[in-house]
Design a protein around this ligand. Structure first.
Ligand code: C5P
Length: 251
């Protein structure tokens, strides 16, 4: 990654690592959760696993004491999103996503529903996805946003998110500095690749240490852990790298 990294002046907490459970069956996901044991506390359930295994599997993870990021990226009219977020909040998940470009009314509806329907033990927090990392300048133009660069577009959506009461935004490490200039919202960063890991289809990647130094509050890591022959070792290596970054040993 080519951008300069700098630690916050004030102490920043080591970001939790959400392991992405990108599987098509609950059994496959259960196997990796079992393997990671007490080392794996935070998990991301996305569209594939949710469509395959549904609410009962998410509730199973919550009942095991895991902290869940339900990444379903809602984008609909405010009333519909309100209803969907209410159901998610009742499940006891920690984080959920909606698209920032659903507009202020939709974002506020999501925040309202999360607040109203969260249980007493877990307040469900809403994250706004700024711009999918799969989209480039050409895509922006093709959807009628030719006036903006990708980075300007991300910043604009982060500002909108900031005025809507959401807890945080999802962006790549490459946009973290620009986003953090315009908002103090929490940031969740996917596309994390330890130095030695294969990038696969991720283009806008950063190492765990780089993302931490740039100010990420939460990290999402999938294949570098789930497809490693020794997933426990892979997770512990990332957690160790983050702790060492936090104490200034890496930097
Ligand atoms: O395996 P890998 O570490 O690439 O997994 C990243 C996870 O983060 C996937 O579940 C992917 O859907 C998700 N994600 C992403 N980029 C975004 C938002 C979510 O890679 N902008």
């Amino acid at each position: 990654m080519g951008c300069e990294v700098m630690m916050d002046e004030h102490t920043q907490a080591v970001p939790p690592v959400f392991v992405a459970l990108d599987y098509s069956t609950a059994d496959e996901a259960r196997r990796i959760v079992e393997k990671l044991g007490n080392n794996g506390i935070h998990y991301k359930v996305g569209l594939q696993l949710y469509v395959a295994a549904g609410r009962s599997f998410v509730e199973e993870l919550v009942d095991m004491g895991k902290q869940i990021f339900l990444d379903l990226k809602f984008h609909d009219i405010p009333n519909t999103v309100y209803g969907a977020v209410a159901e998610v909040a009742k499940m006891g998940v920690q984080l959920l996503t909606v698209h920032a470009n659903g507009g202020k009314g939709m974002l506020q509806a999501a925040v309202d529903a999360a607040h109203t329907y969260s249980g007493s033990s877990t307040e469900t927090r809403v994250l706004a996805v700024t711009l999918l990392t799969s989209l480039n300048q050409y895509d922006l133009e093709s959807i009628g946003c030719s006036a903006n660069s990708v980075s300007d577009h991300v910043v604009r959506l982060a500002k909108l998110a900031d005025t809507s009461g959401v807890y945080g935004v999802v962006c790549s490490a490459h946009e973290l500095a620009a986003v953090r200039k315009v908002t103090t919202l929490k940031t969740l960063v996917p596309g994390i690749r330890p130095k030695e890991a294969c990038h696969a289809d991720q283009a806008r990647v950063a190492t765990p240490s780089q993302a931490f130094q740039l100010g990420a509050n939460y990290l999402v890591v999938g294949r570098p852990i789930t497809q490693d022959p020794d997933p426990v070792r892979a997770l512990l290596a990332i957690q160790t790298e983050l702790s060492r970054t936090g104490t200034g040993e890496i930097g």
